[in-house]
Design a protein around this ligand. Structure first.
Ligand SMILES: [Zn+2]
Length: 212
């Protein structure tokens, strides 16, 4: 008997109807349409459709549209961005501390972080895109930008990991004369570049209580 082949409505991959073969329906994934269209509208420069408005009216209308859009940002933040962070943070925290969960999820985590896009050719692996975007600074970024603090936190975490494992992998001489000074220099630099950023972190701490 021939297995019935159907096409995934999302990625157009051929899937087995009984889900016994990869990819199964729903295994492919992408950002929420609502979020994508919201962000696209915010960044986009739409023209007025019938072209009957004057330049001033057009820019007035655009301003109005943008301000309506901006007033709705909490909807996508509440629905997608903040819950995603809670889910990912809890998931990774529990997996990190439980050998049983590592055994169950380690392959899935690699599938989450390492693959390249199948629709967006030429972009990096998901983890690289994420880190790159969260820590995005360049020569125009002002020194008080909070991202410099995030870069420093990242470097501190790497420092902590190596201070922890160093003594188990290397002899004392190497740890003390090479590893610690080298890694210490790296974290000293990120810390130096982050000085103004740490002094400038400001958000309403009561606005979004963290419940996890
Ligand atoms: Zn699919």
């Amino acid at each position: 008997m021939q297995n019935k082949r159907i096409v995934c409505p999302h990625c157009k991959n051929v899937i087995q109807e009984d889900g016994s073969r990869y990819p199964r329906d729903g295994d492919c994934y992408k950002p929420e349409e609502t979020l994508v269209s919201y962000l696209t509208k915010l960044t986009g420069d739409e023209e007025d459709s019938d072209g009957t408005l004057s330049k001033e009216e057009q820019s007035e209308q655009k301003k109005k549209r943008q301000s309506v859009l901006k007033s709705k940002k909490y909807i996508v933040l509440n629905k997608y961005i903040f819950p995603s962070m809670a889910n990912l943070t809890l998931f990774f925290t529990l997996v990190a501390t439980s050998p049983r969960l590592r055994g169950l999820f380690d392959e899935d985590i690699q599938a989450l972080l390492f693959p390249e896009s199948q629709t967006n050719r030429g972009v990096e692996r998901v983890f690289e895109r994420f880190i790159d975007a969260v820590l995005a600074v360049d020569q125009h970024t002002p020194p008080e930008d909070f991202r410099f603090a995030l870069i420093d936190i990242t470097q501190h975490k790497i420092w902590d990991q190596f201070v922890g494992i160093g003594p188990f992998k290397l002899n004392n001489l190497l740890v003390n004369s090479v590893l610690l000074p080298d890694m210490g220099r790296a974290v000293s630099w990120t810390s130096f570049f982050a000085t103004e950023a740490y002094g400038n972190i400001s958000f309403d701490k009561d606005r979004r209580p963290v419940l996890f």
